[in-house]
Each structure stands twice: as C-alpha cells, then as structure tokens.
Design a binder for this molecule. Structure first.
Ligand SMILES: O=C(CO)[C@H](O)[C@H](O)COP(=O)(O)O
Ligand SMILES: [Co+2]
Length: 217
C-alpha cells in the first residue's frame, strides 16, 4: 500500500514565528514539515539556514523535509544533520558532485533526496536513482511560493514511477510548487506520493486546507 504525505511548506508561514508555525502545522495534521532553504545564488531569494532548523527541532516531532536551494549543498550536510533534519533534498543542478553529495547525506544518517527543476530531464538523475530515498520533482521554478503548477512536469513523475517499477527500486516521489486540492489529484495520478503545499496550506485555516488535500488522496 502506498504511503501518502502532505508536507506544508513553512515558506508561506509567518517568518517571525517559526516555532509556533511548526507546532500549528503538526496539530493541523501535517505529515511532514517542508523547510525551504535558499541562498540567494542558486535562486533569487534568501531564507534561512540550519540554525533555524535546529531552533525548531525541540518543538516538533514532524519529519523535517529540508529542501536546499543552495549551491554546493554538500557543504551543509553536517550542519543539517546536527540541526536534526530528517531528510535533505538537493538539486542536481546545484553541484558537480551529486553522487558523492547523496552518499554524504546518507552517511550522516539522513534520508537522501535528489531534486530536478522543471527544465531538467529525468535522464540527468538516472545514475543516482539507486542512491536515493526520494526524488523531488519541482512543479514550479524554484525560489518563490505562490506560483502556478506546471502540468508539463507530470510526465517526469510518471517516467520516474515507471523507472522505479522496472528497476525494482523503492524511492518516494515528491512534487513541490503550485499544489492545491485540484493539482494534487493530477500529481497523485501520475505517481507522486508526497506533496508540498505552501500557499494553499496558509490560504485558509491550515487544518481545513490539509483536510481538503488529504480528501483527494
Ligand atoms: O520550494 C519551493 C519554492 O521554491 C516551495 O516549497 C514551493 O514553492 C511551495 O510553495 P507553493 O505551494 O506556494 O507553490
Ligand atoms: Co520546496
């Protein structure tokens, strides 16, 4: 049986109240907490680093699903492991050493996940699909919340699901960007089982918004 995960993104929450937002999302029924780390280089936006993740950690039992939109993410593996991250999702476009970086994440005791931007084909990550616990398919260009879902990315989700079956692999498939109670059904149908939702979660009462998302699964 497939496990499905709703991962609200704290990117759309109140940046003055990270800990309170994490507590609120856990009470609202979130399965994971999606944490967007941006460096102002890989994407044109800046958020925060491992220090904030470590500060939230004692207040939440949620799985911390850390999405690093940073150049050379391999340099931050130890910091995120020490901060209590459960997984690190790193972009294949952000490092010349994706294979070694994913190995380093697992060696540090976290789940390893590789991310592809809308313009990156599945073939770019095929050589590392035996090394990952999850593939994150971006369904918007990374950097900002509140963008529209790119339907054309769904073909990559189905290709990954097919590849996984043919090779008898076992990774989760997450989608990130523009997920609503309508687009989540399309992503699920294509084969995704983890769904990031930032602006949708915070566009109403999070518990009610998460309930609407789960109703589609
Ligand atoms: O990685 C991200 C942006 O780069 C965010 O996780 C994503 O945009 C979530 O926000 P929304 O659900 O509003 O699209
Ligand atoms: Co994200």
């Amino acid at each position: 049986m497939t496990d499905y995960y709703i991962a609200p993104s704290i990117l759309s929450g109140n940046f003055g109240k990270f800990t309170e937002e994490a507590i609120r999302l856990e009470a609202a029924g979130a399965d994971w907490l999606h944490i967007d780390i941006m460096d102002g280089h890989f994407v044109d936006n800046l958020t925060f680093g491992a220090g904030v993740v470590g500060a939230m950690r004692p207040y939440s039992k949620l799985f911390f699903d850390c999405h690093l939109m940073v150049e050379n993410p391999e340099n931050y593996v130890t910091a995120f492991a020490e901060a209590g991250a459960d997984s690190m999702s790193i972009h294949v476009e952000a490092t010349s050493h994706i294979h070694g970086a994913l190995q380093k994440i697992r060696a540090a005791g976290m789940k390893a996940s590789v991310v592809i931007n809308p313009g990156t084909p599945v073939s770019a990550i095929e050589p590392v699909l035996t090394l990952v616990d999850m593939v994150l398919v971006m369904t918007v260009n990374p950097g900002f919340g509140g963008q529209s879902f790119l339907t054309e990315c769904l073909e990559k989700v189905s290709d990954l699901a097919m590849f996984r079956k043919l090779r008898n692999l076992n990774f989760d498939i997450e989608v990130d960007g523009g997920i609503t109670d309508e687009t989540i059904a399309l992503a699920k149908q294509a084969g995704a089982n983890a769904f990031v939702a930032g602006s949708f979660t915070f566009s109403g009462e999070p518990a009610e918004q998460i309930r609407k998302l789960k109703a589609q699964l």
